[in-house]
Design a binder for this molecule. Structure first.
Ligand SMILES: *[C@@H]1O[C@H](CO)[C@@H](O)[C@H](O)[C@H]1NC(C)=O
Ligand SMILES: *[C@@H]1O[C@H](CO)[C@@H](O)[C@H](O)[C@H]1NC(C)=O
Length: 768
């Protein structure tokens, strides 16, 4: 079974221990009853559950079909139901999403991506041999699910936040500081944090609102430990920061001296009991007299170990295991970033008072209203409870330069934290612009923009791509030129002395990428009269028509499709973004044919009028591996549109290109199979004359725009007679050497990148 997207794995062995060795730690609870009790105790606030959304995605995605690119309308309906059930019993939900992968978790992230690659090739093997979707045991969550779930929840009126560090840390902090009813998720780290109760999403029944609560105090009782010992136990067992292997021999020594081993426990369970016993019997004895490093074989991993311990300390909490050494406490207290604060880090070290005076305005992507940035989150806060402690926030500079212990400095490579990287790369950035980017990131309105601006590092998880299908390149390459122009837009204001913009580190999964290093990807200058527009103009200005037009120009320039402006103008409102994406795809990928275009357009049109149940009941004659890849390629395109649209100051209404409005995996697949077999356009649009007219209009817009870029879309028959079925650089590069538009014709084609390039600088870039 493919693991959840959750970037965390939690404490090694603890899930199994709780499941089999110590089942009494799990208690069935009824959330409705708990909410009533909570309401009696805290009458001023609605009972709130903090949801670790990344852990919940796979449980929320209930549609039967998952392989065709996602059943987005069904999914949206399922989320709506989830929210409805909680709202009906007066429980408020607040959703947290992972906004960053921290450096020390990259290794784990990479390991999972490589593992998922193997799962994906098994999925395609199955599809090719059975022409069916594999069983749920091979389930793989549709691409883009994490991103679009944020927008879906926001559309459903839910408070949705994107983290600035590990989401689990922010979830645990929020739960503690806001007296939440509990945390809903699936991560044993929530048993370790000293915070509000932890409920399992996997055990939740929406009908009864019953689930399993995993009880921290019962765990402590079983192990004869105190709550404050749990982080120590977690680090000795291995967690996301301290690798499991580091203390293996230590754990075996604990096991061999652990005398009260009971035969019916499994070995893994015994190890946990033995380590806990060592903490309770041996370490407690010397606590306060000896330092941890005198009692445990920390060796060169001392700094890492303390970092692991500190990762469980929520703002305001201290550990009795590090209190002896006040220096350590200061340094090791995790640098705390308040996700609700609208002041970016760069301003904290400057003059916070003066920065608060300034009321910058930005355009709210949903309402289109101009909003003062500092008011956004406060006004939504219904209770007057403090959201976060500010006192623990030390200036990062102090923490790094003055109080850094020797060990930490020596192992700087291991412990280097992301805030360090951030401070370097935001040098020269406009604080006002950064503030907007940060607010939009935290409020889950934008995608990747803040990461690009602050850490110049982004990642993209696995996509259902068939490594054996040589005719379709990976989405990582197809959309790369778009990202490169976005980089130049977002980083153009940075002046760090060098004459070219620095590269952005991309961790993108594609066939043949061992992910040992990120790809270093250079920004690519946009082809726009007057050069790259200023972000201040695009982001901060009112909804004046000229500025709105400039935003749209910038968006088109990011796709290098300024030539398509008139064609897109003709397209009816909600399909503009959809057609823009199709034009881009067809210009970039010459193996796409007219039958593919028909299928894409017909599914988008037919989707509009279809009730969800009809989409649910749709049966596919068989499943085709190429159509599977096209489905995920298209959805990745929609996520790219989200990035571009947010970088350009929201020229388009996001809701118009949310997948539940323009894409349904099964419906696309059905149209694809019909189209490939040569069925007529009338058949594809279900013999509806109105739809046929709309179909012709959209098709004509896409084809005309493609012709301007010297791309003639032909039918598969015609295509086959000229090609061997694989792309060949010679045969295809010849027909697109100049733009039909009198432009220089140096279109950045995905292929020009050279696949798998570790670091490259396109020729085009050098010329500018
Ligand atoms: C965006 O579209 C949605 C749904 O069509 C609509 O409710 C909303 O008002 C639109 N926003 C703007 C700014 O046009
Ligand atoms: C044809 O499509 C239009 C637009 O989606 C819809 O309103 C109409 O009901 C459809 N007509 C039939 C006969 O299904």
């Amino acid at each position: 079974m493919v693991l959840p997207l959750c970037s965390v794995m939690g404490v090694r062995g603890l899930q199994g221990f709780v499941g089999s060795t110590c089942p009494h730690i799990r208690t069935v609870v009824n959330l409705r009853e708990l909410a009533e009790q909570h309401q009696n105790k805290h009458p001023r606030c609605p009972p709130t559950i903090v949801v670790d959304a990344m852990c919940c995605l796979r449980y929320w995605y209930t549609p039967e079909s998952w392989v065709c690119g996602g059943q987005w309308r069904e999914y949206f309906t399922a989320l709506q139901e989830f929210v409805r059930v909680f709202t009906a019993v007066g429980i408020k939900l607040i959703f947290f999403f992972d906004g960053m992968v921290e450096q020390n978790k990259r290794e784990e992230w990479v390991k999972r991506r490589l593992k998922n690659n193997k799962e994906i090739s098994r999925i395609f093997h199955y599809i090719r041999s059975h022409r069916q979707q594999p069983g749920r045991n091979m389930f793989f969550i549709p691409s883009g699910l994490a991103i679009f779930t944020r927008f879906a929840l926001k559309a459903l009126g839910q408070e949705t936040l994107c983290s600035l560090q590990e989401a689990d840390y922010e979830v645990a902090s929020y739960g503690l500081q806001n007296d939440c009813l509990g945390i809903l998720g699936e991560d044993t780290d929530y048993l370790i944090y000293d915070t509000c109760p932890y409920f399992s999403i996997s055990e939740l029944s929406l009908d009864t609102l019953e689930t399993v609560m995993l009880c921290r105090d019962k765990l402590c009782e079983t192990l004869a430990l105190r709550r404050a010992d749990l982080p120590l136990l977690a680090c000795l067992l291995g967690n996301d920061i301290v690798p499991e292997g580091l203390f293996e021999s230590f754990r075996y020594r604990c096991l061999s001296s652990y005398t009260s081993v009971k035969g019916n426990f499994n070995k893994r369970g015994n190890i946990i009991l033995a380590v806990a016993d060592h903490i309770a019997k041996v370490l407690h004895l010397y606590q306060g007299e000896k330092k941890l490093e005198e009692m445990l074989p920390l060796g060169p991993n001392k700094a890492l170990f303390y970092k692991g311990l500190a990762s469980y300390l929520l703002p305001g909490q201290e550990s009795p295991w590090v209190f002896q050494n006040p220096e350590d406490v200061i340094t090791l207290n995790k640098e705390y970033i308040d996700p609700k604060s609208t002041i970016p880090e760069v301003l904290v070290t400057a003059d916070p008072e003066s920065s608060k005076q300034e009321v910058a305005m930005y355009i709210d992507p949903e309402s289109g209203q101009e909003i003062p940035m500092c008011a956004g989150s406060e006004s939504k806060q219904e209770c007057s409870i403090p959201v976060y402690h500010e006192s623990k926030r030390a200036s990062p500079r102090e923490a790094d330069l003055e109080c850094e212990p020797e060990a930490e400095r020596k192992h700087g490579d291991l412990t280097k934290s992301q805030p360090e990287v951030k401070r370097q790369s935001t040098m020269g950035s406009d604080p006002e612009i950064l503030m907007v980017a940060r607010t939009q990131h935290v409020q889950a309105e934008s995608y990747l923009v803040y990461n690009i601006m602050t850490s110049r590092e982004i990642e993209c998880s696995n996509t259902l791509e068939d490594a054996l299908d040589q005719a379709l390149p990976s989405q990582a390459f197809i959309y790369r030129p778009v990202r490169q122009r976005v980089y130049s837009l977002l980083l153009s204001h940075i002046t760090d002395g060098a004459d070219s913009f620095p590269a952005v580190k991309e961790w993108f999964v594609y066939a043949g990428n061992p992910l040992q290093h990120p790809d270093f990807v250079r920004p690519l200058q946009m082809n726009m009269p007057g050069g790259t527009p200023n972000l201040k103009l695009l982001w901060l200005n009112r909804q004046e028509p000229e500025v709105q037009a400039q935003r749209l120009d910038t968006l088109l320039a990011c796709f290098d499709l300024s030539s398509a402006r008139e064609e897109l103008q003709e397209v009816e409102g909600p399909f503009k973004a959809f057609c823009c994406l199709l034009i881009y795809l067809f210009v970039q990928v010459d193996t796409l044919c007219m039958e593919d275009l028909h299928a894409f357009i017909a599914q988008a049109l037919c989707l509009q009028g279809k009730p969800t149940v009809q989409l649910m009941d749709l049966q596919l004659e068989y499943v085709d591996s190429r159509a599977v890849q096209l489905g995920s390629l298209f959805v990745r395109g929609l996520t790219t549109l989200v990035l571009v649209n947010s970088a350009c100051g929201f020229p388009w209404n996001m809701s118009e290109f949310m997948p539940w409005n323009v894409f349904d995996g099964k419906l696309f697949h059905q149209k694809y199979l019909l189209s490939e077999k040569g069925h007529s356009v009338e058949a594809l649009v279900e013999q509806n004359r109105t739809q046929l007219t709309r179909f012709q209009a959209l098709k004509s817009a896409v084809c005309k725009a493609c012709v301007k870029e010297n791309r003639r879309i032909t039918s598969r028959q015609a295509w086959r007679s000229h090609h061997t079925g694989r792309w060949e650089p010679e045969s295809s590069s010849s027909h697109r050497t100049s733009s039909g538009h009198g432009r220089s014709g140096h279109r950045q084609h995905w292929r020009d990148q050279g696949s798998g390039s570790r670091s490259y600088e396109p020729d085009q870039w050098r010329r500018y």
